[in-house]
Design a protein around this ligand. Sequence first.
Ligand code: C2E
Ligand code: CA
Ligand code: CA
Length: 284
Amino acid sequence: AMYEAKKQGRGKAVFFQPGMHVQVLNIMRMESDLRKAFEREEFCLFYQPIISLENRHTVSLEALLRWRHPEKGLIPPDRFIPLAEDTGLIRELGLWVLETSCRQLREWQNLFPHHEQLGMNVNVSPVQLKQPRLVREVQDIIDRTGLSPQSCRMEITESAMMNDPDLMLNVLRDLKGLEVQLYVDDFGTGYSSLSYLQKFPIDALKIDKSFIQSIDASDKSMQIAQAIIALGNAFDLRVVAEGVETNTQLDILQASHCHHVQGYYFSRPTDTETTENYLSIVVH
Ligand code: C2E
Ligand code: CA
Ligand code: CA
């Protein structure tokens, strides 16, 4: 009841109700399941290619977390990341994602010399960014895996960046000091201050998939996507469109001179083995 009252805002009183007991038990069970899952190594990464529209080369892969639950099967990240963030597990889990994906990329760069320029995009939670140790830990992972830092691309959502822009400015500058690349994820859904956007040491914007998915049906979405591409060009940032599913969407993005694309049209996120197979087949 206390948590519910807090959620509803200051000065609220909430009576305990029997249903709440079940809710709390569910959350507690899920929390302990998550921790056990981490210890039992039930998490795994799927990878989705990012393709350049200039030459159709695969330029990067985005690492996407999955929970391989022994009974429930593959659980998507939206179902457990918020809880991992609440409990703090995301710090360890996030580092695991970074280390595993960087090590995997290094292995693929070695295995396929024609992919030696390939990058890895990794999602970073705002909770991780508030950890003072993060920069040091990222540095250690880069050193340990022997990856060139430019191939490590950290994705941070626009809303996370703008939530506490002064703090972010410092964190992003420190990360940039390691020469990793910084991507703004879900761009267009937050409320960016253009003056901060100019100050942040970022390399790329990812247009949120909600705009791409209606780009062929709504003039407004098309204009928003084109405005983001123009903004990217003005600030000298790469622009990636995510959630490309159809040929029409792709044609519009190509005509709008979008730099990179990602989406089911090219490939769904796939497990390690399938991704390795993909990399062995595509020559660029
Ligand atoms: P995101 O970073 O925006 O990732 C893109 C999501 O869109 C992925 O969902 C991907 O599978 C999906 N997607 C890709 N192409 C298409 C398409 O053409 N159509 C549609 N409808 N969807 C497409 P996924 O893998 O379920 O991940 C959801 C979110 O979970 C991610 O959104 C990201 O915010 C978060 N996430 C995933 N992995 C991690 C991680 O390792 N750490 C953290 N902190 N967050 C993660
Ligand atoms: Ca992302
Ligand atoms: Ca996104």
